[in-house]
Design a protein around this ligand. Structure first.
Ligand SMILES: [Ca+2]
Ligand SMILES: [Ca+2]
Ligand SMILES: [Ca+2]
Length: 154
Protein backbone atom coordinates (compact mmCIF):
# COMPACT_ATOMS: atom_id res chain seq x y z
CA UNK A 1 0.00 0.00 0.00
CA UNK A 2 2.86 2.39 0.68
CA UNK A 3 3.83 2.87 -2.90
CA UNK A 4 2.33 5.74 -4.85
CA UNK A 5 3.12 8.51 -2.41
CA UNK A 6 6.90 8.05 -2.12
CA UNK A 7 6.99 7.84 -5.92
CA UNK A 8 4.91 10.98 -6.17
CA UNK A 9 7.16 12.86 -3.81
CA UNK A 10 10.25 11.61 -5.56
CA UNK A 11 8.87 12.78 -8.88
CA UNK A 12 7.95 16.10 -7.36
CA UNK A 13 11.44 16.51 -5.95
CA UNK A 14 12.92 15.59 -9.32
CA UNK A 15 10.68 18.07 -11.07
CA UNK A 16 11.70 20.75 -8.59
CA UNK A 17 15.36 20.08 -9.36
CA UNK A 18 14.69 20.24 -13.09
CA UNK A 19 12.78 23.47 -12.70
CA UNK A 20 15.45 24.88 -10.42
CA UNK A 21 18.07 24.20 -13.08
CA UNK A 22 16.46 26.60 -15.52
CA UNK A 23 14.31 28.80 -13.28
CA UNK A 24 15.07 32.15 -11.67
CA UNK A 25 16.89 32.00 -8.31
CA UNK A 26 14.87 30.86 -5.27
CA UNK A 27 12.75 33.53 -3.73
CA UNK A 28 11.67 35.06 -7.01
CA UNK A 29 8.81 32.62 -7.66
CA UNK A 30 5.81 31.63 -5.58
CA UNK A 31 5.36 28.07 -6.77
CA UNK A 32 5.68 26.39 -3.39
CA UNK A 33 3.25 28.74 -1.69
CA UNK A 34 0.82 28.31 -4.58
CA UNK A 35 0.12 24.73 -3.58
CA UNK A 36 0.55 24.74 0.18
CA UNK A 37 -1.66 21.72 0.86
CA UNK A 38 -0.51 19.25 -1.73
CA UNK A 39 3.18 18.32 -1.71
CA UNK A 40 3.72 20.62 1.26
CA UNK A 41 0.92 19.12 3.34
CA UNK A 42 2.46 17.32 6.31
CA UNK A 43 -0.62 15.10 6.42
CA UNK A 44 0.24 13.67 3.02
CA UNK A 45 3.57 12.50 4.32
CA UNK A 46 2.02 10.12 6.83
CA UNK A 47 -0.95 8.80 4.87
CA UNK A 48 -0.96 6.30 2.04
CA UNK A 49 -2.60 7.77 -1.01
CA UNK A 50 -3.47 5.41 -3.81
CA UNK A 51 -4.44 6.51 -7.33
CA UNK A 52 -8.11 5.57 -6.88
CA UNK A 53 -8.29 7.78 -3.81
CA UNK A 54 -6.62 10.61 -5.67
CA UNK A 55 -9.19 10.29 -8.43
CA UNK A 56 -12.05 10.43 -5.94
CA UNK A 57 -10.52 13.49 -4.35
CA UNK A 58 -10.05 15.11 -7.74
CA UNK A 59 -13.79 14.75 -8.37
CA UNK A 60 -14.41 16.75 -5.21
CA UNK A 61 -11.76 19.35 -5.97
CA UNK A 62 -13.56 20.79 -8.97
CA UNK A 63 -11.13 23.66 -9.62
CA UNK A 64 -8.08 21.44 -9.11
CA UNK A 65 -6.34 23.68 -6.58
CA UNK A 66 -5.61 20.74 -4.28
CA UNK A 67 -8.26 21.67 -1.72
CA UNK A 68 -11.88 20.61 -1.61
CA UNK A 69 -13.95 23.44 -0.20
CA UNK A 70 -17.50 22.99 1.08
CA UNK A 71 -18.73 24.95 -1.96
CA UNK A 72 -17.16 22.36 -4.23
CA UNK A 73 -18.44 19.48 -2.13
CA UNK A 74 -21.90 21.05 -2.02
CA UNK A 75 -22.05 21.34 -5.81
CA UNK A 76 -21.06 17.70 -6.19
CA UNK A 77 -23.58 16.50 -3.59
CA UNK A 78 -26.34 18.61 -5.12
CA UNK A 79 -25.64 16.95 -8.48
CA UNK A 80 -25.64 13.58 -6.79
CA UNK A 81 -28.98 14.27 -5.12
CA UNK A 82 -30.52 15.47 -8.38
CA UNK A 83 -29.33 12.30 -10.09
CA UNK A 84 -30.86 10.08 -7.40
CA UNK A 85 -34.11 12.06 -7.23
CA UNK A 86 -35.49 10.48 -10.38
CA UNK A 87 -38.94 12.11 -10.23
CA UNK A 88 -37.46 15.49 -9.17
CA UNK A 89 -39.81 16.03 -6.24
CA UNK A 90 -36.99 17.07 -3.91
CA UNK A 91 -37.11 13.86 -1.88
CA UNK A 92 -35.27 10.61 -2.43
CA UNK A 93 -37.16 7.42 -1.62
CA UNK A 94 -35.70 4.03 -0.79
CA UNK A 95 -36.25 2.96 -4.39
CA UNK A 96 -34.40 5.98 -5.75
CA UNK A 97 -31.58 5.73 -3.25
CA UNK A 98 -28.68 4.03 -4.95
CA UNK A 99 -26.11 2.00 -3.03
CA UNK A 100 -23.77 4.32 -1.17
CA UNK A 101 -21.07 3.92 1.42
CA UNK A 102 -23.70 4.78 4.02
CA UNK A 103 -27.17 3.35 4.68
CA UNK A 104 -30.41 5.13 3.83
CA UNK A 105 -31.18 5.63 7.52
CA UNK A 106 -27.98 7.64 8.01
CA UNK A 107 -29.52 10.32 5.80
CA UNK A 108 -33.21 10.07 6.74
CA UNK A 109 -32.85 11.76 10.06
CA UNK A 110 -36.53 12.33 10.77
CA UNK A 111 -37.32 8.74 9.78
CA UNK A 112 -40.19 9.58 7.43
CA UNK A 113 -38.95 7.17 4.78
CA UNK A 114 -37.63 9.78 2.34
CA UNK A 115 -34.43 11.80 2.21
CA UNK A 116 -35.13 15.48 1.68
CA UNK A 117 -32.44 17.61 0.08
CA UNK A 118 -31.85 19.36 3.41
CA UNK A 119 -31.28 16.06 5.19
CA UNK A 120 -28.88 14.93 2.50
CA UNK A 121 -26.87 18.15 2.58
CA UNK A 122 -26.88 18.38 6.39
CA UNK A 123 -25.45 14.89 6.60
CA UNK A 124 -22.72 15.69 4.11
CA UNK A 125 -21.98 19.02 5.82
CA UNK A 126 -21.40 17.12 9.07
CA UNK A 127 -19.17 14.62 7.28
CA UNK A 128 -17.23 17.42 5.63
CA UNK A 129 -16.56 19.08 8.99
CA UNK A 130 -15.34 15.78 10.37
CA UNK A 131 -13.00 15.18 7.44
CA UNK A 132 -11.65 18.74 7.70
CA UNK A 133 -9.49 17.72 10.63
CA UNK A 134 -7.71 21.05 11.09
CA UNK A 135 -10.95 22.99 10.69
CA UNK A 136 -9.61 25.44 8.11
CA UNK A 137 -12.75 25.09 5.98
CA UNK A 138 -11.15 23.06 3.22
CA UNK A 139 -10.28 19.39 2.88
CA UNK A 140 -6.76 18.59 1.73
CA UNK A 141 -5.82 15.33 0.06
CA UNK A 142 -4.12 14.28 3.29
CA UNK A 143 -7.23 14.95 5.36
CA UNK A 144 -9.35 13.15 2.80
CA UNK A 145 -7.07 10.12 2.64
CA UNK A 146 -6.93 9.83 6.39
CA UNK A 147 -10.71 10.08 6.76
CA UNK A 148 -11.29 7.51 4.03
CA UNK A 149 -8.95 5.12 5.75
CA UNK A 150 -10.62 5.66 9.11
CA UNK A 151 -13.95 4.87 7.48
CA UNK A 152 -12.44 1.75 5.97
CA UNK A 153 -13.09 2.94 2.42
CA UNK A 154 -9.59 2.55 1.06
CA1 LIG B 1 -10.72 23.21 -4.93
CA1 LIG C 1 -36.68 12.35 5.91
CA1 LIG D 1 -8.53 21.27 6.30
Amino acid sequence: MIRSLPIRLTLAAGATLLVAACAPPPGTTGTVADRPNVEGDPDVMVVDVDPAMERRFARLDANGDGLATWEEAYAMRADQFATMDADHNGAVTGDEFSARAQPFTAFDRNGDGVIEFGEFIDHHRTMFSRVDADGDGAVSLGEYARAMREMGAT
